[in-house]
Design a protein around this ligand. Sequence first.
Ligand SMILES: *Cc1c(COP(=O)(O)O)cnc(C)c1O
Length: 376
Amino acid sequence: MADGLREIEDSGTFSNFGPVNTRFEARLLAERFEGTGSVLTVNNATIGLMMAIRAAVGADPSGTRRYALMPSFTFAATAHAAIWCGLTPLFCDIDPDTWMPCLESLERLLHLYRDQIAVMVPCATFGANLDLRAYARLSAQWGIPVVVDAAASLGALDPDGRPFAAGAPFPVVFSMHATKTFAVGEGGFVYADDPALVATLREMANFGFGQPRSATMLGINGKLSEVMALLALAKLDEFDAVLQRRGQLEALYRAQLPGWTFQAATGLRHAAPFVAVLPPAHVARTTAREALSRREIGSGAYFSPHLAEQPYFQSTAVAGALRHTAAVARRIVALPIADTMTEAEVAEVCDVLHAVEAAAPTRGMRPAAALAGAVN
Ligand SMILES: *Cc1c(COP(=O)(O)O)cnc(C)c1O
């Protein structure tokens, strides 16, 4: 790492798609996307989403097509990116098992708002594999472009065992934020099997300079620095080990929490940055989280509140029916997973949750069991 930093210093190039960034993009493509398509690094996924949405909807997003169709069950960045592009988020519901956009809900809104929808921005929830073929079909059928928020999905393997998004015809945006499985710090990248689109986005990310120091389109500074690219290269070196370790820990959670509901598998591997679960019906989320907190175990509640519940989006977005979103968001708990976590630590988390489960009042079951005990 020190050598790499010295090299950057000696080169005198600290950003602007320098040699370290070029090396990272090439390796990312070769090692994580089977060498097909193109990638562009960005300084964070939110900027990547903004640029990709802007490029997809064209120069006049304030015309009749004003909605960005997306799930309410996602991170705030998805909706912010659309609003920065002058669009109004239109929230669809999720599938109760995969926690990704429910296609029936999506199609209902497509029928209702048809000519007013500028772009679809589905989310590959918690590092899962979104069914990109379904979106390619919908995009062709409705003539609406697609931008995918796959912030946490680098490392996911689809049902055929291929890297998620390899060969995707539309932009798929990934994050390298410290909280993701591909944890670098700040950063991200846009992948598309569309070299012309990625070349356009590269110019957009460099102030819209389609000619030397001369703007030919709307631009922004979306560039990743050479130092961050160096850190990203180091993460790439260890990424297979990271994925394997996290996969083992997740399997342990699944085996030790039989009464808890996990996200349905959408491929051979998810790249989940944490283990999201729904507690059994009789266990309250707050009780579980408080018990973990007392043992100094951190937990989260992503994505809760979901977007339609957040004050800013209540005044800037429109929502369809969100029955499953509400049900999942109300209960979800994100359990910790980390590269350095041990099996004993997973067991400790599960032990705390088992105690919470045993102590929670049940409807019917435990009294019946107690009665049986009394008869014996
Ligand atoms: C983390 C995340 C983002 C934002 O990524 P940044 O790189 O921090 O901008 C966007 N969408 C989803 C679903 C995320 O999980």
